[in-house]
Write a protein that binds this ligand. Structure first.
Ligand code: OSB
Ligand code: MG
Length: 380
């Protein structure tokens, strides 16, 4: 593919409002934006979804930088990359660190699509022209606030609402929402805040016609979730504990009611995501594309992923303006009647605005991918 260099830009951005889950409240994000540049000066883009602190998963903003700079880029220097599907093989000697792998691989996929002159959606085999999306609502100080947020999102046409819950902030919250919004597509996400002993409390949620309960138990558990499912009618969805196709296969073996939240970063990239997608499609496992409070580049990747046929449930890719005063892509991601029109221009289909990117960049590093000893430079 003629990849010559990678630029790592650390950006700092402030969200319009704090986003509170059972594990943290955050309003500032620091993340790496990765630009992969080829010998014709074409650029591919992706953004890291790792948090600043290891509250959601082990990875952090800076662990991602370390792994990219000190491990993944040196591996790339020793390899010839002719297709983005090869990148996950090259990285497979590295255990874990999926978000670091995914941000580099995602940028290579964007570059590849641009080299081919096709959209990223097309490059991965997606066919949908538009995708339906929902919205994730963080924990609020009072129920009224949640109700008015839902009213606003319903007016904007979002196809489903996901409520964050935590012990002490669950059944009454859902009950209050259901009284005002009896028919909306509603689900909850506990981000691992419960234990198997809480089964009877979680079973009360069965009365509210929820599409699913996302990751109630430990971030690294698959087994107990399957036991919990036996106590619940509402399907359980896994987020934190699915890192690969193997994890999905095991979770489905144990629980035929499984729903999959697919996050490209959490599973190590687009190639692994495609494997998971194909498995879910073949086994009729409902799936949807999760979100990690992304800027526009990350949203664009999620939109492309959602164009694949097994993504039958609305995902978490809200409009850029839901979280950001100003995005770094043009145009921003726009949601109308709960629908995003999938861009058709090459790659991710949104242009990075260098001025806006520069305004939020706090450090920048250029890494050469071409090595004297590499076969790539010997060939070129
Ligand atoms: O559990 O899906 C999650 C945000 C950060 C970390 C984990 C999660 C979330 C969200 C937000 O729910 C989804 C979004 O990007 O809108
Ligand atoms: Mg989740």
């Amino acid at each position: 593919m003629g990849i010559e260099r990678i630029i790592l830009r650390k950006v700092r951005v402030k969200m319009k409002n704090p986003f509170r889950t059972s594990f943290s409240s955050q309003q500032t994000r620091e993340l790496y934006v990765v630009e992969v540049i080829d010998k014709n000066n074409l650029s591919g883009w992706c953004e890291s979804v790792a948090g600043m602190y290891p509250w959601y998963s082990e990875e952090t903003t800076e662990s991602v930088r370390h792994i990219i700079e000190d491990i993944l880029v040196p591996l790339m220097r020793k390899s010839v990359i002719t297709h983005p599907k090869e990148v996950s093989n090259i990285f497979s000697v590295v255990r874990g660190n999926n978000m670091a792998k995914a941000v580099v691989e995602g940028a290579v996929w964007d570059l590849f699509s641009k080299q081919q002159g096709i959209s990223l959606a097309q490059a991965i085999g997606g066919t949908k022209k538009e995708v339906e999306v929902g919205v994730s609502i963080g924990l609020q100080d009072d129920v009224q606030k949640t109700l008015s947020l839902i009213a606003m999102y319903m007016k904007e046409g979002y196809k489903r609402v996901k409520l964050k819950i935590e012990p002490g902030n669950d059944v009454e919250l859902v009950q209050a929402v259901r009284e005002v919004f009896p028919d909306i597509q509603l689900m909850v996400d506990a981000n691992s805040a419960y234990a198997l002993e809480d089964a009877s409390q979680l079973a009360k949620l069965d009365h509210y016609n929820l599409t699913m309960i996302e990751q109630p138990l430990a971030y690294n558990d698959i087994f107990d979730h399957a036991d919990l499912q036996k106590e619940l009618k509402t399907p359980l969805c896994l987020d934190e504990s699915l890192h690969s196709l193997d994890d999905v296969i095991k979770a489905y073996k144990l629980n035929k009611n499984l729903i999959v939240n697919l996050k490209i970063g959490r599973v190590g990239g687009i190639t692994e995501s495609l494997k998971i997608h194909d498995y879910c499609l073949a086994h009729n496992i409902p799936m949807w594309c999760g979100g990690m409070l992304e800027l526009g580049i990350g949203r664009a990747h999620n939109i492309a992923m959602t164009t694949l046929p097994a993504f039958t449930l609305p995902g978490d890719t809200a409009a850029s303006s839901n979280y950001w005063l100003e995005d770094i892509i043009e145009p921003e991601v726009i949601v109308e009647d709960g629908i995003i029109k999938v861009p058709t221009t090459p790659g991710i289909g949104y242009a990075v605005n260098y001025e806006k990117l520069k305004a939020v960049t706090i450090s920048e590093k250029v890494l050469s991918v071409v090595d004297e000893k590499s076969s790539y430079s010997a060939l070129s």
